[in-house]
Write a protein that binds this ligand. Structure first.
Ligand SMILES: [Zn+2]
Length: 206
C-alpha cells in the first residue's frame, strides 16, 4: 500500500513539473508541488496561469516566433499583421517600408526592416541590395552584395558595388604597406646605429 502511495506521489510530482514547465514556470517548483501535495499539487499546477513572457521568449529563441520590426513584440512567423501595433508584416510591405526608411536616411530602421525581409525571403534580390546600403561594415556590405549576385549574377549595381569595395580594400592595403616600409627602415637604422655605438664603446674600452 505504502509503495503504491510513493509511486503515485512521485508520478504526481513528474506531472506537476511537466505542467509547470509547459506554462513557463519552474519545473523544479512544480516537482516539489506535486511531491508535497500529490494529486492536489497536479490540480494547482493545472489551474495556474501561464507566464506569457517566458513562453514568448521561448518561442522567439526556438524560432517559432519573430519580433515585429516596428514594435519589437513577438508575432507568429506567418503573421500578416502585427497583433500589437497593427502594421502589415508581409515581405512586400516590409521591403517597401525598408526602402522608404533608407531613402529618408533612417538607416537603423531600414536595416531592421530589410533584414526581416531577407529572413522571410532569403532570395529577395532587391532586399539584399538595399540592405547592403544600410549595414555598418564593409564585410557585411560585401556579404549582402554577394547574396545579390548569387541570386542574379548579372546585377549591375551589385557588381559595381563589389568592385568598389574591393578597390577600397586594395587601396587600404597599399596605404598600410606604405606606412610599414618607412617604419621598418627606421627600425633597421636604429638597430644598426645601436650596434655601431656598442662596437665603438667596445673599441674604446680596449
Ligand atoms: Zn508590431
Amino acid at each position: 500500500m505504502e509503495c503504491i502511495v510513493v509511486v503515485v506521489w512521485f508520478v504526481c510530482a513528474l506531472i506537476a513539473a511537466a505542467i509547470c514547465e509547459g506554462k513557463g514556470h519552474s519545473a523544479v517548483a512544480g516537482f516539489f508541488l506535486g511531491l508535497l501535495l500529490g494529486p492536489i499539487g497536479v490540480i494547482i499546477a493545472a489551474v495556474l496561469s501561464s507566464d506569457e513572457t517566458v513562453l514568448e521568449e521561448r518561442a522567439l529563441n526556438s524560432g517559432q516566433m519573430r519580433k515585429c520590426p516596428y514594435c519589437a513584440e513577438p508575432v507568429r512567423w506567418d503573421a500578416k499583421v502585427c497583433r500589437y501595433c497593427g502594421r502589415e508584416l508581409t515581405a512586400t510591405e516590409l521591403l517597401r517600408e525598408g526602402i522608404r526608411a533608407s531613402k529618408e536616411g533612417r538607416k537603423a530602421d531600414a536595416r531592421e526592416l530589410l533584414q526581416e525581409v531577407t529572413r522571410l525571403e532569403g532570395s529577395n534580390e532587391k532586399a539584399w541590395l538595399w540592405l547592403s546600403g544600410t549595414v555598418q561594415s564593409d564585410e557585411e556590405r560585401e556579404k549582402c552584395l554577394e547574396n545579390v549576385l548569387s541570386i542574379n549574377p548579372v546585377n549591375a549595381d551589385a557588381l559595381r558595388g563589389l568592385e568598389m569595395l574591393r578597390q577600397r580594400r586594395a587601396e587600404r592595403g597599399k596605404a598600410s604597406a606604405s606606412e610599414w616600409i618607412p617604419l621598418s627602415l627606421v627600425a633597421v637604422g636604429g638597430v644598426a646605429l645601436a650596434l655601431f655605438v656598442l662596437s665603438l664603446l667596445w673599441y674604446l674600452a680596449q
